[in-house]
Ligand binder design. Structure first.
Ligand code: MN
Length: 240
């Protein structure tokens, strides 16, 4: 049995190969004990009341998967509007960011990763608002058409500061924020995504050495996952 972690699929109708890659991936997990989706699963999400054939195909896959193994979902900075209705419909459980889970007998801190990029001061100031239930409720009162326009504008704005394009220092995590998050949680293993920089890092924590495993984004013909099995955590790429 194995536990799987993925993030940053940025699912959208225009990226059919990535979507098919996800459908194939969830269908292939015969030995899964659990699947953790750590945010930016969708490129954008304007509310659980919106759907289309693309969204329905993903929902169906999640629903099928969650009858076979538990599926856990943590919000990213793109899909923070995913709500309890979507979770109920697909059988997923929503996770807080950050949260600590026990996998392979090990305490693991899970985060999307955006909250670790503390040098992106503009976003860090905006983040609490985007996660505020009152602000989200006021967004959901707007029509679907209005919300699609807002999402489109936000995506155009963030396209100019794409992690790969923007100043690399700002868009990567702050090492001090990593150490603090891991020491606060009392763990020596952190798994996150967001930065699109798949790699395993070592950090000197207060009392011990810690590992930080960074998931990669899925695009064109390549995806990333972390597979935990037999006491081992491995960062693996997969062909889509
Ligand atoms: Mn992100």
């Amino acid at each position: 049995m194995a536990t799987y972690f993925i993030s940053d699929l940025h699912l959208q109708a225009s990226q059919a190969k990535v979507a098919q890659g996800f459908l194939d991936f969830v269908a292939s997990l015969e030995d899964a004990e659990a699947l953790y989706i750590l945010g930016d699963f969708f490129e954008f999400w304007i509310g659980d009341d919106y759907s289309d054939p693309f969204v329905e195909s993903i929902k169906t896959a999640l629903k099928t998967a969650s009858t076979q193994y538990p599926v856990y979902f943590m919000h990213g900075n793109r899909d923070f509007m995913i709500g309890q209705a979507f979770a109920d419909e697909t059988g997923m459980s929503l996770l807080e960011d950050p949260c600590v889970v026990t996998v392979e007998g090990r305490q693991v801190l899970l985060m999307h990763g955006d909250s670790l990029c503390t040098r992106d001061e503009v976003y860090m100031r905006m983040r609490p608002l985007l996660r505020n239930p009152t602000w989200q409720a006021s967004m959901l009162e707007k029509s679907i058409e209005e919300r699609l326009v807002i999402a489109q504008n936000a995506r155009m704005e963030s396209a100019t500061k794409d992690p790969k394009m923007a100043d690399s220092e700002i868009m990567d995590v702050t090492p001090d924020a990593v150490v603090k998050a891991m020491d606060d949680a009392g763990v020596d293993l952190l798994i996150h995504g967001h930065t699109h920089r798949p790699k395993v890092h070592t950090h000197q924590l207060e009392l011990k050495e810690g590992s930080r495993m960074v998931l990669g984004d899925w695009h064109e013909d390549k995806g990333w996952m972390i597979k935990a099995c037999n006491g081992k955590f491995e960062l693996l790429s997969l062909a889509l």
